[in-house]
Design a protein around this ligand. Structure first.
Ligand code: 8ID
Ligand code: ZN
Length: 360
């Protein structure tokens, strides 16, 4: 085992004691100790972490699969590698490196899914802030093969939300079969994932129709490159408004990042024939009901898109480090996590909240 600096015995962490219970900020959470790290494991001292709507789903336990408890949530963390397990061979990262911790904390890298680059669905996958403790603590236990090196040219707070929100929408747009000049509709555009989707889509030369609600979100997405905007709370006929805004034919693809089933409801109706529906947002207890006749006769493709692999993470970060995509965020301290969850629940967080461990 090798360490970068002395490691304390206890740390500050936000803990969910049991499913649906309220969050507790603790000062005495045990720090995973360097001597307990197995080969291939590492300890990362957190600098900051984004807060994703997924963390709220995990805390509430509203998905079909419950998170572990007690749980330290969080999966958009950036920090420094401060310890690596003894006998680790060929580590791709070294002590002192700045790395990101993403949703997929580890995977076997040897099953068919991993070999084909779909490591997100590895049956042995470990998920940060869900099946293993995540980034809402000062130190995080992780895995050298899956932490993501953060390129120079991007600050830690700017990089944090690229590790989940960024990589997820980058991959979904990449597989949406859109070509330069095509229309893409982004329901959820003013949220954490959505506002990054606006920018990745614009950077790829797509024409963006953003959908969300409120003047703050409208102003943000228009500034970030959306060409048109629809407020989902104000429209009287969503299908007509979307088609009117996109040459009368509808968008070539919809990347849905809203955390509600409602945002999926009319996608088959408004998509252009041959269009792609990319399911990204993960509303609680929702199913997608698609009219089979129109799905077939319009030749609509419905694809689920789940975060991204290690290569997607590097590509998404690289684009951000080159200044093409910028996370719009405000920073808060770890103790503001509870109010951040309340804001996400009400839908009034514009862009992202990033928790900075240096703030008290
Ligand atoms: O790998 C994945 N597929 C993945 C990765 C990360 C996150 C999926 N997610 C899921 C989360 O679990 C969550 O269900 O994506 C969803 C969105 O995450 P987020 O961007 O972190 O949430 P947010 O910041 O709250 O943004 C959601 C936006 O949707 C809008 C809200 O106003 C908000 O701005 N919205 C809602 I709620 N209903 C809408 C509607 N009907 C809507 N926008 C358009 N139409
Ligand atoms: Zn996330």
């Amino acid at each position: 085992m090798s360490t970068f600096e002395p490691i304390p015995k206890t740390m500050k962490a936000a803990v969910i004691p049991s499913t649906g219970a309220s969050l507790v900020i603790r000062d005495d959470e045990p720090v995973p100790q360097p001597e307990d790290l197995l080969p291939g494991e590492c300890l990362v001292k957190m600098d900051c972490t984004g807060v994703c709507h997924t963390d709220l789903h995990a805390a509430k336990g509203d998905w079909p699969i419950p998170a572990k408890t007690p749980l330290i949530g969080g999966h958009e963390g950036v920090g420094i590698v401060v310890a690596i397990g003894a006998h680790t061979q060929d580590s791709p990262v070294k002590l002192g490196d700045r790395v990101g911790i993403k949703w997929l904390a580890d995977s076997c890298l040897d099953c068919e899914s991993c070999r084909k680059g779909l490591e997100q669905v590895c049956l042995k996958g470990k998920y940060s802030g869900f099946t293993v403790d995540g980034t809402f603590s000062e130190y995080v236990h992780s895995y050298v093969r899956h932490v993501t090196p953060i390129p120079d040219g991007i600050g830690s707070a700017e990089a944090a939300s690229i590790l989940c929100a960024g990589v997820t929408v980058y991959r979904a747009i990449k597989y949406s079969h859109c070509s330069i000049g095509d229309w893409i509709v982004l329901p959820g555009a003013g949220g954490g994932l959505g506002h990054l989707a606006v920018q990745y889509a614009s950077a790829m030369g797509l024409r963006v129709l953003a959908i969300d609600t409120g003047a703050d979100k409208r102003d943000l997405v228009m500034k970030l490159g959306a060409e048109k905007w629809i407020d989902f709370k104000e429209t009287k006929d969503l299908v007509k408004d979307i088609q009117d805004a996109t040459d009368g034919l509808g968008p070539h693809a919809a990347v849905i990042t809203a955390a509600t089933g409602k945002a999926y409801e009319q996608a088959i109706d408004y998509l252009r024939p041959g269009g792609y529906l990319m399911a990204v947002g993960l509303p609680a207890k929702a199913s997608l009901s698609a009219d089979i006749f129109f799905t077939v006769t319009k030749s609509i493709s419905i694809l689920g898109s789940y975060v991204g692999n290690r290569q997607d993470a590097r590509e998404a970060l690289d684009i951000a480090a080159r200044g093409k995509v910028k996370c719009y965020f405000s920073t808060k301290s770890l103790s503001a996590l509870k109010e951040t969850y309340e804001g996400l629940e009400k839908g009034n967080i514009v862009g992202r909240i990033v928790l900075d461990f240096k703030r008290q």
